[in-house]
Design a protein around this ligand. Structure first.
Ligand code: HPA
Length: 281
């Protein structure tokens, strides 16, 4: 007897239908078509609060939108303008370790794409692996290593497009803003793991040896999908702690959110400067 083969395309169609409903809801409420999307990580969610003429959309009012459960993740979408550029800011994200479900993690990316967003800036909280990094450093992400053992574009059934995941021009813009606004910036490779366990000392050593400069539990799958969908990406890690084995103390989620609060100002200035520069191009 022939075995019935389940088709992954059916579930992709389901997701498309869910995204259509969510995006239609947002489109009907937003005053402006957003040009740049911003996804804010753990404890970094305040950027959207300062936008002009902002509209706040709690995610639990958006049909089908997955919920974040982790402390430090606000769970709001804010639309507004900064220096004349219209933005859509996702305050908080769902992690793989919360939902176990890649589609929830990727939901904001699909929404942003459906709303016509062509540029996305992502921030995250990360542990520092590079020996020169210190808590409260900001790191421009130059590239990534995906150790979540997931692949967010398998439904596309073709190899992704080549080229840098993190747009070189956006990286240049970040460096320019850093110089002009006196914000010291590091740069390096972000390694994404699934979590929720923090990595062991041996894992930290392995990841350093394969080239990781910072480690966290988000971003890598979002960036892969967004790049495949033709979105230009910029990424910033807030080094909230030194990774296990490098730091003297044991790591806690509270430490991560406390240090994230310390970088609020430089991160805000960096994002503002980047949006302004992109807006004038
Ligand atoms: N490891 C993994 N994820 C993290 C860390 C860390 O040290 N800090 C913030 N997110």
């Amino acid at each position: 007897m022939k075995k019935k083969r389940s088709s992954p395309l059916v579930s992709v169609r389901d997701i498309d239908a869910r995204i259509d409903t969510s995006a239609a809801h947002l489109r009907s409420r937003l005053k402006h078509r957003p040009k740049i999307g911003i996804i804010l990580g753990s404890g970094l969610g305040e950027f959207g609060d300062g936008l002009r003429a902002s509209q706040v959309v709690p995610i639990d009012t958006v049909p089908n939108y997955p919920r974040a459960t982790v402390e430090g993740h606000v769970g709001t979408i804010v639309a507004g303008k900064l220096s004349g550029v219209s933005l859509l800011v996702f305050q908080g994200r769902v992690h793989l370790y919360e939902s176990g479900d890649l589609d929830s993690v990727l939901y904001p990316i699909r929404i942003a794409h459906r709303l016509g967003i062509k540029i996305l800036l992502l921030t995250n909280a990360a542990g520092g692996l590079h020996m020169n990094f210190r808590p409260a450093d900001l790191m421009i992400i130059t590239d990534q290593i995906n150790l979540t053992f997931e692949n967010p574009i398998k439904h596309l059934r073709r190899p992704s497009r080549g080229g840098d995941l993190y747009d070189p021009e956006i990286r240049d813009i970040m460096r320019a803003v850093g110089r002009e606004s006196n914000i010291e910036l590091r740069q390096g490779i972000y390694c994404g793991i699934k979590g929720p366990s923090y990595e062991t000392v041996a894992e930290v050593e392995m990841i350093r040896r394969i080239g990781g400069d910072a480690i966290g539990m988000s971003t890598v799958n979002e960036v892969s999908l967004a790049h495949a969908l033709g979105i230009r990406l910029g990424g910033i890690s807030c080094i909230t702690n030194l990774a296990t084995g490098i730091a003297a103390d044991k790591l806690t989620h509270r430490e991560v959110t406390e240090v994230a609060a310390l970088v609020k100002e430089p991160l805000q200035s960096l994002l503002t400067g980047v949006v302004q520069k992109i807006g004038t191009r």
